[in-house]
Design a binder for this molecule. Structure first.
Ligand SMILES: [Zn+2]
Length: 314
């Protein structure tokens, strides 16, 4: 097989996008749209699995957060039905090229109750980012002051999520929150869209993972998804292919070979134009190969590690 043929056979499994939330807001369609992710453009991959997040703004708490989730979830279900010849739930056994998993970004969607968590699980949510940036009923987000980590409810919530096979996602969580999860979690947890602590800027410093956190995710057999958001990749606009390569290399140097994945945050941030679309992941893949990164390793980062993790939950 030639190099181009091998690139053409690339598979993509992405751990985080905000596409479904933005589509609902703007009244657009999942199949074809002018956002960063559409099924039409993702269909060129040999296999495509996407975790679609319902993003809960920090201004919403309690029933307002639940109602917001319900509205976007109904839209997601409608879009899945409309495209039922193309894409299925990852956890259905149908042999299809395109697969979807539903997640929630912001544990406020549970409204601080165990019943709320069960409602999310009934809606097929299989991954939940415990917080966004602020404090919520579960924990402190990465911008919350003071950082009080997991709440008493948060500890119960984590236990219930594990019982429901809903994976805890520590992206956006505070430092103390991360280590509280590490202390209380019995099952693997993930950072769906968090980079390495390689930036000077405060946004990156708060959102990225330090080496001890990466090693903890490795030990627990979790996942770490590389985010394309410029502030989390570098400083002063240094956020292109080489920055992605730097974060991937650093994570690999820290032992992340079997947990590293992509969590691009498309439609949730503004990556540089050369990275800002689902089809451009092929260019990143090609760039990594051009830097002599091992091809089997690249396959694991772009698909295999995440597929193995979620496959074990199916
Ligand atoms: Zn996010």
């Amino acid at each position: 097989m030639t190099f181009d043929e091998r690139i053409a056979l690339m598979k993509l499994f992405d751990l985080h996008c905000d596409t479904i939330t933005v589509l609902e807001e703007q009244g657009k369609q999942l199949f074809a749209n002018d956002l960063q992710v559409s099924l039409e453009r993702a269909a060129d991959y040999d296999a495509f699995a996407q975790i679609f997040a319902v993003f809960i703004p920090d201004t919403l708490r309690g029933q307002a957060a639940v109602a917001y989730f319900d509205r976007v979830h109904a839209f997601y279900e409608k879009q899945m039905q409309k495209n039922s010849d193309l894409i299925f739930s990852y956890f259905d056994s149908k042999d299809t090229k395109m697969k979807a998993i539903l997640s929630v970004e912001g544990g406020a969607a549970a409204a601080g109750t165990i019943e709320g968590l069960r409602h999310l699980s009934d809606c097929d949510v299989r991954l939940m980012t415990l917080t966004w940036n602020a404090q919520n009923e579960i924990a402190s987000g990465c911008w919350a002051e003071p950082d009080t980590g997991l709440t008493a409810f948060g500890i119960n919530a984590l236990r219930e999520m594990e019982r429901l096979s809903m994976v805890a996602d520590v992206s956006h969580l505070s430092k103390r929150g991360f280590w509280d999860v590490a202390e209380h979690a019995k099952k693997p947890f993930v950072a769906s869209h968090s980079n390495c602590d390689l930036t000077e800027n405060e946004y990156g410093r708060r959102r990225n993972l330090d080496d001890a956190q990466i090693r903890c995710l490795v030990e627990r057999g979790g996942l770490m998804g590389i985010n394309l958001c410029p502030d989390f990749l570098g400083d002063k606009g240094d956020a292109s292919f080489d920055a992605v390569y730097r974060h991937i290399s650093h994570a690999l140097d820290t032992g992340a070979e079997h947990i590293l994945a992509m969590g691009c945050d498309l439609d949730g941030c503004d990556p540089l134009p050369e990275l800002a679309a689902v089809e451009k992941l092929r260019d990143i893949y090609e760039y990594l190969l051009s830097k002599n990164m091992n091809e089997a390793l690249c396959e694991r980062i772009f698909y295999g590690n995440a597929d193995k993790f979620f496959g074990s939950l199916a």
